[in-house]
Design a protein around this ligand. Structure first.
Ligand code: CP
Length: 315
């Protein structure tokens, strides 16, 4: 397959096919197997712009770590208050300016559609690092890659997505990503935090999706539990947040009632929805997701920035 990622924007995981994701996972595997010196050659001379209009630990720092690990450089800001946005400069002018300095841009923004808008303003590749409640496509790529690594497949698995399904952008990207495979999806949430209806349009024709209020009813069937925190910052009314705050938790007792090999995933940060003792259980895979995040994002950067990553890696 010729590199389907070269010079391409990554705005929605919907835009990528299963063979294209397989290609990316294979590049990430190859990069991960290289030694330090070989890796350092892959991104030499390239510069990545990191524009974060919202807080981030993993996404920003793993893109930065990934770029540095392949010998490239990064510039940008971790908060718009550190830029001329603070003086009133608009998003289009900010992005146009930074395009002059870099080979690709990673953008996190609170507004839905911000990354898509960026692609209309500049020619260089834009990678969506989270756009409002809409999508977080590279997180979903990491999530799929992690399931593949741990379970060896996605087809045929019973996967629960559990927690705040309404405001969690990783949830939407994960549902769209999983729909390219053949798992069964269980959507488990408090009634106020059910997934937006439109997210399932066209999805439940392709794979079996069911909605639940209580995870204990289905725990014995599950191979994967993907937990999300309540996205406090996205509630239009703080009183609504107070009603659901602390309303669910995954703990060791619950996990012991499920399959031994059921894994627990989380895009992080976690803020109380996973009991601390779970961190030390073999089921917990969220810090593996963190590690694989850097690996997969190295694969993304090499593939977006080079026409033929395989020849670069194998040379
Ligand atoms: N998973 C994720 O997007 O984490 P950060 O908000 O820390 O980037």
């Amino acid at each position: 397959m010729t590199n389907p990622f070269f010079n391409r924007d990554i705005i929605s995981i919907k835009d990528f096919s299963r063979p294209e994701l397989k290609y990316l996972f294979s590049i990430a595997d190859k990069v991960d197997s290289l030694d330090y010196e070989r890796k350092k050659e892959l991104g030499r001379g390239k510069i990545l712009g990191l524009l974060f209009f919202e807080p981030s630990t993993r996404t920003r720092l793993s893109f930065e770590a990934a770029m540095l690990s392949i010998g490239g450089n990064v510039l940008g800001f971790a908060h718009p208050s550190m830029s001329s946005v603070e003086k009133g400069e608009n998003l289009a002018d900010t992005i146009r300016t930074i395009e002059s300095y870099v080979d690709a841009i990673v953008l996190r923004h609170p507004m839905e559609g911000a990354s898509r808008f960026a692609t209309e303003v500049i020619a260089k590749p834009v990678i969506n690092a989270g756009s409002g409640t809409e999508e977080h496509p590279t997180q979903a790529m990491i999530d799929l890659y992690t399931i593949m690594k741990v379970k060896g497949r996605i087809d045929g698995l019973n996967i629960a997505i559990f927690g705040d399904l309404k405001y969690g952008r990783t949830v939407y990207s994960l549902i769209y990503g999983l729909s390219k495979y053949r798992p069964r999806i269980f959507l488990v949430s408090p009634p106020q935090l059910k997934v937006k209806r439109e997210a399932l349009f066209g999805i439940d024709d392709k794979i079996k999706v069911s909605e639940h209020k209580d995870i204990t009813e289905i725990i014995e069937e599950l191979d994967v539990i993907y937990v999300t925190r309540i996205q406090k910052e996205r509630f239009p009314d703080p009183h609504e947040y107070e009603k659901v705050k602390g309303s669910y938790i995954i703990d060791s007792e619950l996990l012991k009632s499920g399959k031994d090999e059921c894994i627990v995933m989380h895009p992080l940060p976690k803020v109380g929805e996973i009991a601390p003792e779970v961190d030390n259980m073999p089921n917990a895979k969220y810090f593996l997701q963190v590690y694989l995040g850097k690996v997969l994002r190295s694969g993304i950067l090499i593939s977006v920035l080079n026409p033929d990553p395989y020849s670069l890696i194998d040379s």
